[in-house]
Design a protein around this ligand. Structure first.
Ligand SMILES: [Zn+2]
Length: 623
C-alpha cells in the first residue's frame, strides 16, 4: 500500500490529498455466494499461456488470450481480489469466449468475478478484452492505463486464472506497439517479449510498465536492480542521476538490514502524471510526477522507501489473514499496524542511515511530530491498533464513528516504543532490527503472523516480558504511556496545546469533518473525525445524511468541500441532516481549534544507561 493512509476519506499521500478509489467501498454483494465450487489441482496443474495485446490504434483497452491444457471438462475462471486495493476489474471484462477443438464452449458467469467453463477435451483457448474505465485524474499509479507512449498493464486487473490452480506456472507474451519497451518483476525468458510466472500469485503481483521508457541499473551484492521511468510527453527535466543514486543508497541499507535481497532482481517502476504507490514482490509501481521531481529530486524518497521496505515487511512477513491469491476478498488483517507502522518507522530510519534527506531534522523531532499527531486525534488512543488495522482498508468511511485513527501512526509509535524496550532490556546489544530479522526468519514462508507471534518474537529477541504492553496497546485500547517508555532513554514528553495555525500564520479553521457519497444513495454522508470538534460539539454525528447546507442542497462531495473550505472563523454553517429518527437541524459556529505541540525533554537525574540508550536510538545505527 502506498504511504496513503485513509485519513478523513481521502488518501493522503505525502504531498497530495485525493479522493480514495473505488477500492474503499462498495463491496460486491454476490461475491461470497460461491462456496464449494473450487476444484483443487494436485500434481497435474494446468499448462497455462497468456498473450496480452495492445493495439496502437485502439487504446481503450487490451486483449488477453489464455491457452489452457490439462484442464478438466468443467472448470472455473476467476479474477483475483487484491487484499487492500480491490479495484474489481471483473467489471471491465468484455467479449469473454472460449474455443475448444470441438467448437465454442459455454461460459456462464456464476458470480461477479467467477465464470464456469464447460470445455470437454482437456484444452481451451480463452479470449477476452479488458475495456479500461475512463481515465481518472490524478491517476493512481497501480491502476492500468494506456496512452500513446505507453501504459501499465497486467496485475490482478488483467488476468483470469483457473480457480484451484494457483500453483500453475505460466508464460506471458506481450504484443505491443513497435518500440515499446517492457519493465516488470516477472522472470525474463530468451524471448524479450515473453515472461515466466511460477504461480498465479506472482503473475498478478507483477504489473508491466510498457512504452517508451528510460531506465537505469545498479547492483547490490550482485543482485540487479533497475529504476524505470515512464515520462509524459511534456515531462519536466529533473536530476535523474540524483534520483537513481538516492534509490541505490536506500536499497543498500535495506538489504544490509536483512543480510540479503529476497528477490532475483528488482524494478522500481516510476510513472509520470500519477500519484500513490503499491508494493509488489519484486517491483513497486510509484507515482513520480516529473514536475515534482524537478522541484525536489528527493521529494519521493520517503514514499519510495516505504514501498520498498514492504518488499520484506508485508510481501514476505505478512499477516496471517493473507494467504494464497483468491477471487474472494480475504478477511481484514489485524496486523497492519505492524505491516504499515513498522514500514513507516523503517522508511524514515533507512533514509537516515543512507544519509538521504528526511522531513524531520532528527529522530527526536520526528518522534515529537508523531506523538503530537497521535494526541491530536483521540481515536488513536480510543481504539486498539488491531481493531484499527481491520478498518484501515476496504471499510466504509466513518467505521470508527465520530473518531478517526491511523494504523500507520499507531504502528510507527508502537514500533518505536518496542525499540526502546528491546534496547533497554539488552543493554544496547539489540534493537527493533533484531525483531524485524527474526520476523523474516519465522514468517517469510507461507505462514503469516498473528499479534501473538509478534509478541513472542519480541520476547525472544529482548528476553523481556512485553505481554502487558501487547495486552494494553496492541490488542487493547489503552493509550500509549509515552513517558513510561521514553524514560528508558531518559526523556519525557512535554505537551502544550496551542491554537492550530494555517500556512498564513493565522488560526486555522476546524475542518475535522468530511462527507462522502454512499453508493446508490442520494444524500452525502457526513463523517465527524473528532467528537470534540466544532461539528461534533454542535451535535452532528458520523452517518448523518446531509440534506441542506446553508439553505441549499448538497449534491456532490466537491460542492461540499467548496463550501466548507471557504468558511472562516466566526461564520455560521446551518446543517439540515436526515437521521433514522427524522430530520435534524443545527447551526455550527465555525471555530478554530487547538493542537498539541510536543517537546521531548530530559528527565531530572537521567542515568548513564538511559543516556546510552538515547544516544544509540538517536544515531539509529544498525544493530
Ligand atoms: Zn504501506
Amino acid at each position: 500500500m502506498s504511504l496513503t493512509s485513509t485519513i478523513a476519506g481521502f488518501c493522503l499521500t505525502l504531498v497530495t490529498l485525493v479522493p480514495c478509489g473505488p477500492a474503499a467501498s462498495a463491496q460486491n454483494p454476490l461475491r461470497d455466494h460461491t462456496e464449494g465450487v473450487e476444484i483443487r489441482f494436485g500434481r497435474t496443474q494446468p499448462v497455462v499461456g497468456y498473450t496480452l495485446r495492445v493495439e496502437a490504434g485502439d487504446l481503450s483497452g487490451f486483449d488477453v488470450e489464455l491457452r489452457l491444457r490439462n484442464v478438466p471438462d468443467t472448470f472455473r475462471l476467476a479474477m483475483v481480489a487484491h487484499p487492500e486495493y480491490d479495484d474489481r476489474y471483473w467489471r471491465f471484462v468484455e467479449a469473454l469466449r472460449v474455443e475448444t477443438p470441438s467448437g465454442a464452449a459455454a461460459v456462464p458467469r456464476e458470480d461477479s468475478a467467477l465464470w464456469r467453463v464447460v470445455a470437454p477435451g482437456g484444452g481451451a483457448l480463452v479470449r477476452y478484452r479488458i475495456h479500461l474505465p475512463p481515465a481518472e485524474s490524478p491517476r493512481a499509479a497501480w491502476r492500468p492505463f494506456l496512452a500513446a507512449t505507453g501504459g501499465l498493464v497486467g496485475g490482478p486487473h488483467a488476468f483470469l486464472y483457473v480457480v484451484g490452480a494457483t500453483l500453475a506456472p505460466s508464460h506471458l507474451t506481450l504484443e505491443l506497439p513497435p518500440e515499446w519497451q517492457i519493465a516488470t518483476g516477472l522472470e525474463p525468458t530468451l524471448d524479450p517479449h515473453t515472461f515466466f510466472a511460477p504461480t498465479v500469485g506472482v503473475l498478478v503481483d507483477s504489473p508491466l510498465l510498457v512504452g517508451r521508457l528510460r531506465s537505469w541499473r545498479f547492483a547490490v551484492d550482485d543482485v540487479p536492480h533497475r529504476v524505470v521511468y515512464w515520462p509524459l510527453p511534456d515531462a519536466a527535466p529533473f536530476d535523474t542521476a540524483a534520483l537513481v543514486g538516492s534509490i541505490e543508497r536506500l536499497t543498500r541499507q535495506a538489504v544490509a538490514l536483512f543480510g540479503r535481497a529476497p528477490y532475483r532482481d528488482y524494478s522500481f517502476l516510476l510513472e509520470d502524471g500519477a500519484y500513490g504507490a503499491l508494493e509488489h514482490r519484486s517491483s513497486v509501481t510509484l507515482g513520480a510526477p516529473s514536475a515534482e521531481l524537478a522541484r525536489d529530486p528527493s521529494g519521493l524518497l520517503a514514499e519510495t522507501a516505504h514501498e520498498y521496505f514492504h518488499t520484506w515487511n508485508l510481501m514476505r512477513i505478512h499477516p496471517a489473514e493473507y494467504g494464497d491469491v483468491s477471487y474472494r476478498t480475504p478477511p481484514r488483517a489485524r496486523g497492519l499496524w505492524w505491516s504499515e507502522g513498522l514500514t513507516m518507522l523503517y522508511a524514515d530510519l533507512l533514509l537516515r542511515r543512507a544519509g538521504l534527506p528526511v522531513f524531520d531534522s532528527t529522530r527526536v523531532a520526528h518522534l515529537e511530530g508523531l506523538i503530537g499527531r497521535y494526541l491530536a486525534s483521540p481515536g488513536n488512543s480510543r481504539f486498539a491498533p488491531e481493531s484499527v488495522s481491520v478498518v484501515a482498508y476496504g471499510a466504509a468511511p466513518g467505521s470508527l464513528g465520530d473518531y478517526s485513527a491511523s494504523t500507520h501512526l499507531q504502528g510507527e509509535l508502537l514500533g518505536t516504543m518496542l525499540d526502546l524496550i528491546v534496547r533497554d532490556a539488552t543493554h544496547g546489544a539489540r534493537s527493533i532490527d533484531g525483531v524485524m530479522r527474526a520476523m523474516l526468519e519465522r514468517f517469510a514462508g507461507a505462514r503469516g503472523f498473528t499479534g501473538r507471534d509478534i509478541e513472542r518474537t519480541v520476547v525472544d529477541v529482548c528476553g523481556c516480558n512485553v505481554h502487558a504492553f501487547f495486552e494494553a496497546h496492541v490488542r487493547g485500547p489503552q493509550p500509549i504511556e509515552f513517558d513510561r517508555y521514553l524514560r528508558l532513554m531518559g526523556l519525557r514528553a512535554h505537551v502544550a496545546w496551542t491554537p492550530a495555525l494555517g500556512r498564513d500564520g493565522q488560526p486555522a479553521v476546524d475542518l475535522r469533518l468530511y462527507a462522502w457519497q454512499p453508493p446508490a444513495e442520494s444524500l452525502l454522508s457526513l463523517v465527524i473525525t473528532n467528537p470534540g470538534s466544532a461539528w461534533g460539539r454542535a451535535g452532528l454525528h458520523t452517518g448523518d445524511r446531509l440534506a441542506v447546507l446553508n439553505g441549499a442542497p448538497v449534491a456532490t462531495v466537491a460542492y461540499f468541500r467548496s463550501i466548507v473550505t471557504r468558511l472562516r472563523i466566526g461564520d455560521t454553517a446551518a446543517f439540515e441532516v436526515r437521521r433514522p429518527s427524522g430530520a435534524w437541524r443545527t447551526a455550527v459556529v465555525v471555530a478554530g481549534y487547538e493542537r498539541p505541540v510536543v517537546r521531548l525533554e530530559e528527565i531530572p537525574g537521567a542515568t548513564e544507561r538511559q543516556r546510552t540508550v538515547r544516544a544509540e536510538w538517536i544515531a539509529g545505527s544498525p544493530r
